[in-house]
Design a protein around this ligand. Structure first.
Ligand SMILES: *Cc1c(COP(=O)(O)O)cnc(C)c1O
Length: 396
C-alpha cells in the first residue's frame, strides 16, 4: 500500500514538473557519438556533446579499448584494495599525475565520485571549505558529506572570497574549491587571483577541471594551464568522460600523501568497483592523443573563433569567454526551447537551457564546439542560426 502511495505522490510530482516545463525528455540518438549523429532517422550536426577534441569514438581509442579487453579482460569483480588493481591502473594513475605535473593520482569510476569522495577524508570540523556558488552538483554533494565549516562565495567574486577567508582564519585548514570552467556560461574561474588569496590566507587550492582537461591550455592541461597556475593549484579532480575519450572514469591528483590517504579513506573508492580495464587502457591512449593534440586544439580554437564571430555578426548575443562553450543568450525559456527545435529541423542539434539550470530570465542555447566539426558543418550551423533567428524575431 505504501508503494501505491509513493507511486501516486510521484505521479503528482512528475505532473508538476511537466506543467512547469521542467520535465526532462531524452532525445534518442541512433548512432555513435560524433560531430554528426543520427536522430529520428536523420543525420544532424551535434553541438551539445562534451566532445571538444572529437576523441569520443576516435578509431585509435576504440582500438585500444578492444585491445584492453583482449589483454586484461572485461571486469575485475573487485574493489581496488582487495584484488582490483592491475598494472594498468597504476600506469594510468602515474600518467595522469605526470600529465598535470603532480605527485600521484587516484582513479574513480567517475568525477562525480572523485568529488564525492574528496572532502570527507581530508577535512574535519576544525576546517573550512570555501566553494564558488556555481560549483557543480557533485562538489556540492561532496562538501555536504564532510564536517568542515562551509563558506559559499558569490560566483567569481574575489572580494567576497576574501571576506570569507578572513572569517575562516581561525580554522586549521582552508580549502578553496572551484570549477575551473563553468559549463553553463563557459567562463573560467579567476584562478590567478584565487592562488594569490590562497597564499595570503594560507589556503589549499583545489579545482574541478572536467570542462578544461584535454583541450584548454597549450598542452591541454586544462583551465589551470590556460591561466598559468598549474603548479600553484594543489588538487585537481577531473573526468575521462568528456574530452579524454568520453566513456567514463574520474580522478583526483595532487600530493602523494593526499592520494595515499584517499586510497585508505575515500568511500567511493573503497566501496565501489575498479575502473574496467578496457576503459583504463583506452584512457592511456586518450591521454597520448591529447599529448600530441596540438593540431586538434588549434582546430578547436579556430572553429570556436569562427562560430562566435559569425553568430555575433548575424546579430546574436554570445556570452564572452575563452572556452569552446558558446552560450547564445535568448532570455525567454519558451523561445530557447522553440529555437532549439527549429534548429534541429535545420539539421543542427543543440539544447535550450532555462531556469533552474540557469538564472531566471537568462534562458539560452548552449553550443559546444568541437575540433571534429568541419568548416561546412560550422557554416551550416551559422546559416541555420541566422535564418531561425530571423524567423523567431531574435535578430533583425
Ligand atoms: C561532467 C562533470 C562532472 C562529472 O563527471 P563524470 O565523470 O561524468 O561523473 C563533475 N564536475 C563537473 C564540473 C562536470 O562538468
Amino acid at each position: 500500500m505504501s508503494d501505491l502511495k509513493l507511486r501516486d505522490h510521484l505521479r503528482n510530482e512528475i505532473e508538476t514538473l511537466k506543467k512547469a516545463g521542467l520535465y526532462k525528455r531524452e532525445r534518442r540518438i541512433e548512432s555513435p557519438q560524433g560531430a554528426t549523429i543520427q536522430v529520428n532517422g536523420r543525420l544532424v550536426v551535434n553541438f551539445c556533446a562534451n566532445n571538444y577534441l572529437g576523441l569520443a569514438n576516435h578509431p585509435e581509442i576504440v582500438e585500444a579499448a578492444h585491445e584492453g579487453l583482449r589483454r586484461w579482460g572485461y571486469g575485475l569483480s573487485s574493489v581496488r584494495f582487495i584484488c582490483g588493481t592491475q598494472d594498468l591502473h597504476k600506469e594510468l594513475e602515474t600518467k595522469v599525475a605526470r600529465f598535470f605535473g603532480k605527485e600521484d593520482a587516484i582513479l574513480y569510476i567517475s568525477c562525480f565520485d572523485a568529488n564525492g569522495g574528496l572532502f570527507e577524508p581530508l577535512l574535519g570540523e576544525d576546517d573550512a571549505v570555501l566553494s564558488d556558488e556555481l560549483n557543480h552538483a557533485s562538489i556540492i554533494d561532496g562538501v555536504r558529506l564532510c564536517k568542515a565549516k562551509r563558506f559559499r562565495y558569490k560566483h567569481g567574486d574575489m572580494a567576497d572570497l576574501q571576506r570569507q577567508l578572513e572569517e575562516a582564519k581561525g580554522c586549521r585548514f582552508r580549502m578553496i574549491f572551484t570549477d575551473s570552467v563553468f559549463s553553463m556560461d563557459g567562463d573560467v574561474a579567476k584562478l590567478a587571483d584565487i592562488c594569490e588569496l590562497a597564499d595570503k590566507y594560507d589556503a589549499i587550492v583545489a579545482i574541478d577541471d572536467c570542462h578544461g582537461t584535454g583541450h584548454l591550455g597549450e598542452h591541454g592541461r586544462g583551465g589551470a594551464e590556460l591561466l598559468g597556475v598549474l603548479d600553484r593549484v594543489d588538487i585537481i579532480t577531473s573526468t575521462l568522460g568528456k574530452t579524454a575519450g568520453g566513456a567514463s572514469g574520474g580522478f583526483t591528483t595532487g600530493r602523494a600523501e593526499m592520494v595515499d590517504w584517499l586510497r585508505n579513506r575515500s568511500r567511493p573508492y573503497l566501496f565501489s568497483n575498479s575502473v574496467p580495464p578496457s576503459l583504463a587502457f583506452a584512457a592511456l591512449k586518450a591521454l597520448e592523443l591529447i599529448d600530441g593534440g596540438k593540431d586538434l586544439r588549434e582546430r578547436l580554437g579556430k572553429n570556436t573563433r569562427k562560430m562566435r564571430a559569425c553568430l555575433e555578426a548575424a546579430g546574436l548575443t554570445v556570452k564572452a569567454g575563452p572556452t569552446p562553450i558558446l552560450p547564445v543568450m535568448l532570455g525567454d525559456a519558451a523561445l530557447a526551447t522553440r529555437m532549439a527545435e527549429r534548429l534541429l529541423e535545420h539539421g543542427i542539434y543543440c539544447i535550450g537551457f532555462s531556469y533552474p539550470v540557469v538564472p531566471q530570465g537568462q534562458a539560452r542555447i548552449r553550443l559546444q564546439v568541437s575540433a571534429a566539426h568541419s568548416d561546412e558543418q560550422i557554416e551550416k550551423a551559422i546559416q541555420a542560426f541566422a535564418s531561425v533567428g530571423k524567423e523567431l524575431g531574435v535578430v533583425k
